[in-house]
Write a protein that binds this ligand. Structure first.
Ligand code: NAD
Length: 424
């Protein structure tokens, strides 16, 4: 099946420059001390690895990968690993910085990190993918560990990939180290509820945003871009919560039905065909059309730079929930603000994943596992706190919700930075 579009235009909307611009806005609002500002504006550590993988035909291919740790001040670093042909160091730096703010606004004791490998995993065989994962894990193991840096899934990485990372680290240590990575299968120390956690968090935040805005979910229509881990779970749980999901898309294209989509049936269609495209009873549409559809709520849950200065004026939704990281550029934010669109920022809207990853890490360290009900309840508690403190900060400071959330997050990291002082 043909891929519909190349999403990230390098240099045009550089995610790292956007991340720094978002940070600068918060630093200005907080009147951050210049020294602390300089520290938090750059990643603390960046590792670039070039590593060989033996392919099934006997040839050797060299791959480039990254692991960036943005801030270690509030605890070990945490963040996913992405496999994608358009991964760049600047993208990984941005994703690592966003993880720092996400963990801080959620009040969980981690700094931010992210990893990535420049690879299209689709054409790889399972054993090629396993060898690539194990060698990359081995290369970044110099900075990884339960008390140092704990990866998790991101675009194109799965619980199976996490299990291979856990096994690779465990083999070199000589004993099982489940807490080195989260998002693992249950059989090797994964947590109940982790797989759906990011989408579940989006659906919880959707309810909270509606209640703040005086909207009834049963009257609202939704479009979701991306039908992977985040998009499919967000769509399913939002539909269960009363919203009508009219359109979804993936890298191959989108589908639309005015009557609303049956998400469990769509998930089965995706499992058997590999895409949402061609789901019976729906009309096709492109990803660009989906973003401009006349719906009430838009959930970008694919990649960054989807809502930009070029299309923000045409977005018709009144509420945007950022399931993806960095889907809205700062220029687009300004246009949406002028048009009265509420944007629930990524660091709150998709924080459910890292919150349950935190639970998984705690369970692994204690070898004591919790029931799913308890996990979802604790998730809701933490997310509600994060959403409420962001909303209240945005009202107190008279700034948009993203800046309110950033003000809370950046102040927490700045406080930890000041309290620790400068070494030596
Ligand atoms: P995934 O690999 O499970 O799914 C990605 C989805 O996006 C797929 O449906 C894919 O087809 C689609 N997609 C890819 N390129 C596209 C394009 N060019 N146009 C339209 N759709 C495209 O990944 P995921 O884990 O669901 O991650 C999606 C987003 O959510 C990313 O921004 C990621 O950083 C963010 N996120 C993920 C988690 C998590 O727990 N997995 C947590 C927080 C944030």
């Amino acid at each position: 099946m043909a891929v519909e579009a190349v999403v990230i235009a390098p240099g045009v909307d550089d995610p790292w420059l956007n991340a720094q611009r978002q940070f600068d806005a918060a630093a200005d609002v907080l009147q951050l001390d210049p020294g602390v500002r300089a520290i938090l504006r750059e990643p603390q550590r960046q590792l670039i690895v070039n590593f060989p993988v033996k392919m099934d035909d006997g040839s050797v291919r060299l791959f480039e990968g990254y692991r960036v740790q943005h801030s270690l001040n509030r605890g070990p670093t945490k963040g996913g690993i992405r496999y994608h042909p358009q991964v760049t160091l600047n993208e990984v730096k941005a994703l690592a910085m966003w993880m720092t703010w996400k963990c801080a606004v959620a009040g969980i004791p981690f700094g931010g990190a992210k990893g990535g490998v420049i690879v299209d995993p689709q054409p790889l065989s399972r054993s090629e993918l396993e060898r690539l994962t194990r060698r990359y894990a081995s290369e970044i193991s110099v900075v990884m560990g339960p008390e140092r840096d704990i990866p998790a899934p991101d675009v194109n990485t799965t619980p199976q990939v996490m299990a291979w990372i856990m096994d690779t680290v465990s083999m070199s240590r000589g004993y099982s180290v489940p807490a080195v990575v989260t998002g693992k299968p249950l059989s090797v120390g994964g947590s109940q509820g982790r797989n759906a956690a990011t989408g579940r968090g989006c659906a919880m935040v959707a309810q909270q945003a509606c209640s703040r805005l005086g909207l009834d979910p049963r009257q609202l229509t939704v479009a979701v871009q991306g039908f992977g881990n985040v998009g499919s779970n967000a769509a399913g749980l939002m539909a269960e919560g009363g919203f009508s999901v009219l359109a979804v898309s993936d890298v191959y294209g989108g589908i639309h039905s005015e009557r609303g989509l049956d998400i469990p049936a769509l998930a089965r269609h995706v499992q058997s065909t590999g895409s949402v495209v061609g789901f019976p009873g729906t009309l096709p549409l492109t990803n660009a059309e989906l973003l401009e559809l006349p719906v009430d709520v838009l959930v970008p849950a694919a990649l960054e730079n989807q809502i930009t200065a070029r299309n923000a004026g045409q977005v018709q939704a009144k509420l945007i929930l950022e399931g993806a990281n960095g889907p809205t550029t700062p220029d687009a934010d300004e246009i949406l603000l002028r048009r009265g669109v509420t944007v629930v920022p990524d660091i709150v809207a998709n924080a459910g994943g890292v919150i349950v990853s935190y639970f998984e890490w705690v369970q692994d360290l204690q070898s004591f596992f919790w029931e799913e009900g308890e996990i979802n309840q604790r998730l809701e508690q933490i997310l509600t706190r994060a959403f409420t403190s962001s909303w209240e900060a945005s009202e107190r400071l008279s700034v948009p919700l993203r800046l309110g959330a950033y003000a809370v997050a950046v102040e927490r990291v700045a406080e930890a930075t000041r309290d620790r002082g400068l070494y030596p």
